[in-house]
Write a protein of this length. Structure first.
Length: 259
């Protein structure tokens, strides 16, 4: 249930706060907060505003009126861009069953044809997170270095759209992720560019996990050079592991002999 009490409790837990800690932050008794969380009573309007500011969400979200923690409407101009649910195939003609809504009042400088919600973490290294909104200009071609929206159309597939960097190497066009855990994907007949990303929209701020993933990526970069060097010498991974074991055992023996 999306009650005020449940929203407060879930937001508190998302920040790993105890009831005592949150009560001290908003200057109420722990018992009062506990009663809110079990929906026995509810805070006044001033306290709801204080909670919304602390948790960086809207009062409507706290009250269960909306499921979006923050409004994604940008009050600026009156341009509109359709938000669509992309499945395999080309961009559907709008309106259609793929239409999920519209983002209104977009800044005039953002020129896009469609928006879709990002799934997965393949572009986390570029700061693009799951559930971000990718604003795209419709096209079937790209130049190296651009971020493209792509659909894959192998038989029986329904994987939807994904974002990649577009590059060309000696073997031809290739799609590259911004996550070292994801492999490059060669362009083939079943891969189709449907747009170029021109802007990013986020309805919630990145959490601490984003920073942790950045650290993982950064540490991975240091090992990338080692791996590339080893591959250049024709050294296989199992050979490196065996050499490391031998060297580590030798170091341990030397330490024991010194003692």
């Amino acid at each position: 249930m999306n009650t005020l009490g449940n929203r407060i409790k879930n937001l508190r837990k998302s920040k790993k706060l105890t009831q005592n800690e949150l009560a001290n932050i908003i200057n109420v008794n722990r018992g009062t907060l506990a009663n809110w969380e079990i929906n026995r009573s509810m805070p006044d309007a001033v306290t709801i505003k204080r909670l919304a500011e602390y948790f960086n969400c809207t009062a409507d979200y706290l009250l269960g009126i909306t499921d979006s923690p923050r409004s994604i409407w940008i009050e600026s101009t009156h341009s509109q861009i359709p938000v669509i649910r992309i499945t395999c195939g080309s961009i559907p003609r709008l309106p259609s069953k793929n239409l999920a809504g519209e983002l209104q009042h977009m800044p005039a400088e953002i020129k896009g044809d469609f928006i879709f919600r990002v799934q997965g973490d393949s572009m986390v290294g570029a700061g693009i997170l799951e559930n971000d909104y990718a604003i795209c200009r419709k096209t079937e071609t790209a130049v190296p270095g651009e971020i493209v929206a792509v659909v894959h159309e192998p038989a029986g597939s329904n994987s939807g759209a994904a974002l990649y960097y577009y590059f060309c190497d000696s073997s031809g066009p290739v799609l590259r992720t911004a996550n070292p855990d994801c492999a490059d994907i060669p362009m083939d007949e079943g891969t189709k560019i449907i747009g170029i990303m021109v802007a990013l929209l986020r309805d919630t701020p990145p959490d601490y996990e984003m920073y942790q993933k950045f650290l993982q990526l950064k540490n991975g970069e240091a090992w990338t050079g080692v791996i590339e060097t080893a591959a250049g010498y024709g050294i296989k991974p199992e050979q490196i592991k065996e050499n490391l074991h031998l060297q580590w055992n030798m170091i341990q023996r030397m330490r024991k002999e010194k003692k």
